[in-house]
Ligand binder design. Sequence first.
Ligand SMILES: NC(=O)c1ccc[n+]([C@@H]2O[C@H](COP(=O)([O-])OP(=O)(O)OC[C@H]3O[C@@H](n4cnc5c(N)ncnc54)[C@H](OP(=O)(O)O)[C@@H]3O)[C@@H](O)[C@H]2O)c1
Length: 247
Amino acid sequence: MTPSAAGVGVQDPGAMSGRRVLVTGGSRGVGRAIVHRLVEAGADVLATGRDAPLLAELAEELGGGPGSIGVVAADITEDRAPAVLSGAVARRWGALDALVSNAGVMLARAERFEDEPDGTLEETVAVNLVAPHRLVVALLPALRAGAEPRIVHVSSGAGTREGMAEPGIGSYRVSKYALNGLVLMQAAQLRGEVAVNALDPGWVRTGLGGDQAPGTVAESAAGAMALLGLPATVTGRIFKDGEEISF
Ligand SMILES: NC(=O)c1ccc[n+]([C@@H]2O[C@H](COP(=O)([O-])OP(=O)(O)OC[C@H]3O[C@@H](n4cnc5c(N)ncnc54)[C@H](OP(=O)(O)O)[C@@H]3O)[C@@H](O)[C@H]2O)c1
């Protein structure tokens, strides 16, 4: 039977209480909605992004609980970012139960890849692929010390095999296709230690998704919560709207 993320999430509503979770890209959009849901569910969350004022506002919004919130401003493409974030995790908890690796960019929307500005692929891959890889390497000791640890990489249907045949956003598609490969590789090599899955949050209204998107960040956050509530034995899969889809 295909595991249903939604089903498991409904069965165990208290699963997030006290969980120690790092969320990248927590300042805005999908990540900010995930941080809200986690703190509302009683989790202890560290949220990161570059925009320090937005992060401070988030900490203010959620300061009353029921869970707790800390924020760290960092550009995840900087050399020192993995050490800064793993250091913040070490100081706050000494262990990590879940990483939601959500920060991402779509830098060009040209129909054809040759019309994207020079450097688009390099910059996109730096945020969407290289930074998550470096962050996971730095966080592995903390994750291995965590309780039923798991990683959720926020990917995209644009980077599935089916999505690769669609027009436009070439560099973004390639970065997410590679990220999906990273998920499969990490899941295989960390099997039995850390569960690693991907989330397609759907096309939702954010800075990245634009005004015309049909979905909301609240719907994406519900999908993330369902995925985080799955048994730790579920690994190497991609989910959308609480259901498994094909890479
Ligand atoms: N919206 C959609 O329709 C859609 C569809 C499929 C997948 N996704 C994926 O969902 C994730 C979230 O996207 P979104 O729609 O919420 O986008 P968004 O509103 O533009 O938010 C992107 C987040 O990533 C952070 N970020 C970007 N570059 C960063 C960097 N160099 N260092 C640190 N943080 C950085 C931003 O924080 P700062 O600005 O504070 O740095 C922000 O919190 C992305 O991985 C995206 O690819 C979105």
